[in-house]
Write a protein that binds this ligand. Structure first.
Ligand SMILES: Cc1cc2nc3c(=O)[nH]c(=O)nc-3n(C[C@H](O)[C@H](O)[C@H](O)COP(=O)(O)OP(=O)(O)OC[C@H]3O[C@@H](n4cnc5c(N)ncnc54)[C@H](O)[C@@H]3O)c2cc1C
Length: 388
C-alpha cells in the first residue's frame, strides 16, 4: 500500500497542473494516467487561448490559465515557450453586438484584461483578404493566441515529478475506496492501492461514467465529437493568417499551426458557442474510446466551407488528413467542478465544454485549493448545485 496526501487521476492539462501545484506547495501527490500526459482531448486541442468570454467567471479562469501557460518556461524549467502570442481577432455580428460590447468592456475596464474593441474598418486593415460582410464589431486581444498542448502538459507533469510528485503512466485508476463517508484511496490497474484522504478526478470525458459507476452520483456531463480540418498552406500559413481567429457570424475558428498548416474548427452543426438550451447537440457519443478519431475529406471540406465566405483564400489551400476528439460537455457549456456529495475529500473536474485548454492550468490550481482548503472563489459558480 502506497500512502500519499492527494491522488490526481488523469494527466490532461488540468491534472498535470494540479499535480504541479501540489508539488510546488510541498504536498505529496501521485498523478495517475492511463496512457501518457496529454493522451486524451488535451493532446488534440486547438489550444486557442484568449480572455474573451461573456461569462466573467470563465474569463477570470482564462486569464489565470493563460498567465500560467505564458509562465511555463520560468516555473517548470521547460526549455521553450508553450504559448504563441500571435494575437486573437474576433468577429461579431448584429445579433450579439450588445452582449459582446458589454463583455469586452467589462474585461477591459473591470478585469484589467488587454482587449480592444474595433470597427469593421480597423479589422479590414488588420486582416487583408478577409471579407467584412456582417461584421459590426471586432475584438483584438494582443498577447493572446494559442498554446502547445503536449508541451504545456508534459512540462507541468515533468516539473511536478522533479518537485517530488510520483507520476504513474500507463496505469488506470479502476476503483475509488471510501470509508465512513470520505475518500480513502484509489485502486490501480497494476494491482497497487494508494491510500489518500483527498482525490482529484480530472479524467475529461471518462469522468462521468467513472464517477457514476464508483459513487452512484450522476455528473451532468455528456460527450460530443469535435473535428478539425488541417489545411495545407505551403510555407505561408502565418502570412495568410497571422493571428488566431474566431467568427461568431459564420461559426468557425482558425489558427496557424507552424508556418505550413492552418487549423479550422466549426460549431456550425450546433453545440458549443450556441449557448442555447434548445440548440441541437451534434454528434453525441457514449464511449470516449470508441468514435471516429479521423475526419474524412468530405468532413474537412465542410469545415473549411464555413470559413470560405469570410476568407476566400481557403479555396486555394490543400486538404490534409483531419482528426477529431471528444469535448466533455455540460448542459450549460460551463465546467462542472465540485466535491462529490456524501464523499468528503473527493473533488471532480469535468464538463470543460471546449474551453478547457486555456482555463486548464487555472482549473488545476483551483481544484487543489478546493481539495485542500474546502473552497475556491474562482470555482464557486461551477458547482453541481446550479443544476439542482
Ligand atoms: C479537437 C478539440 C479542439 C479543442 N480546442 C480548444 C481550444 O481551441 N481552446 C481551448 O481552450 N480548449 C479547446 N478544446 C478543449 C480542451 O482541449 C479540453 O477542454 C481540455 O484539454 C480538457 O483537459 P482535461 O485535463 O480536463 O482532460 P483530458 O485532456 O480529457 O485528460 C483526461 C486524462 O485522463 C486520463 N484518464 C481517463 N481515465 C483514466 C483512468 N481511469 N485512470 C487514469 N487516467 C485516466 C486520460 O487518458 C486523459 O489523459 C478542444 C478540444 C478538442 C477535442
Amino acid at each position: 500500500m502506497i500512502k500519499t496526501d492527494v491522488v490526481v487521476i488523469g494527466a490532461g492539462i488540468v491534472g498535470a497542473s494540479a499535480a504541479w501545484h501540489l508539488a510546488d506547495q510541498g504536498i505529496d501527490a501521485v498523478l495517475v494516467e492511463r496512457e501518457h500526459p496529454a493522451s486524451g482531448p488535451t493532446g488534440t486541442s486547438s489550444a486557442v487561448s484568449h480572455l474573451f468570454y461573456t461569462e466573467p467567471e470563465l474569463s477570470l479562469l482564462a486569464r489565470r490559465g493563460c498567465e500560467l501557460l505564458k509562465a511555463v518556461p520560468e516555473i517548470t524549467g521547460h526549455p521553450d515557450p508553450v504559448f504563441h502570442d500571435v494575437g486573437m481577432l474576433w468577429a461579431c455580428g448584429e445579433n450579439n453586438e450588445a452582449i459582446w460590447r458589454k463583455s469586452a468592456t467589462r474585461i477591459r475596464d473591470e478585469e484589467g484584461g488587454g482587449i480592444e474593441l474595433l470597427t469593421p474598418d480597423a479589422v479590414a486593415a488588420m486582416a487583408p483578404g478577409f471579407n467584412m460582410d456582417g461584421i459590426v464589431l471586432a475584438l483584438w486581444e494582443e498577447g493572446y493566441g494559442y498554446g502547445d498542448p503536449y508541451d504545456a502538459t508534459n512540462a507541468f507533469a515533468a516539473s511536478a515529478r522533479d518537485k517530488g510528485a510520483t507520476l504513474k503512466q500507463q496505469t488506470r485508476a479502476i476503483a475509488l475506496e471510501t470509508e465512513g463517508g470520505r475518500i480513502a484511496g484509489v485502486a490501480l490497474s497494476n494491482g497497487e492501492q494508494i491510500a489518500a484522504d483527498r482525490v482529484i478526478c480530472a479524467m475529461g470525458p471518462w469522468t462521468g461514467p467513472f464517477i457514476g459507476e464508483q459513487t452512484g452520483v450522476t455528473w451532468p456531463v455528456h460527450m460530443e465529437r469535435h473535428a478539425m480540418a488541417v489545411m495545407d498552406a505551403g510555407d505561408n500559413a502565418r502570412g495568410l493568417l497571422p493571428f488566431a481567429w474566431c467568427d461568431d457570424i459564420n461559426a468557425h475558428y482558425a489558427r496557424p499551426e507552424g508556418n505550413h498548416n492552418i487549423l479550422i474548427g466549426t460549431w456550425a452543426g450546433g453545440g458549443t458557442g450556441v449557448r442555447n438550451e434548445d440548440a441541437e447537440r451534434p454528434d453525441q457519443h457514449d464511449d470516449p474510446d470508441n468514435f471516429d478519431f479521423g475526419s474524412s475529406q468530405d468532413e474537412s471540406a465542410w469545415i473549411a466551407e464555413q470559413m470560405l465566405p469570410r476568407f476566400p483564400a481557403v479555396a486555394e489551400l490543400g486538404i490534409k488528413p483531419g482528426y477529431a476528439c471528444i469535448y466533455d460537455m455540460s448542459p450549460d457549456d460551463l465546467p462542472v467542478i465540485d466535491h462529490v456529495p456524501g464523499i468528503e475529500g473527493l473533488v471532480v473536474v469535468a464538463g470543460s465544454s471546449g474551453h478547457g485548454f486555456k482555463t486548464g492550468p487555472a482549473v488545476g490550481e483551483e481544484a487543489v485549493r478546493l481539495a485542500t482548503t474546502g473552497s475556491s472563489a474562482l470555482l464557486e459558480s461551477f458547482g453541481l448545485s446550479r443544476f439542482a
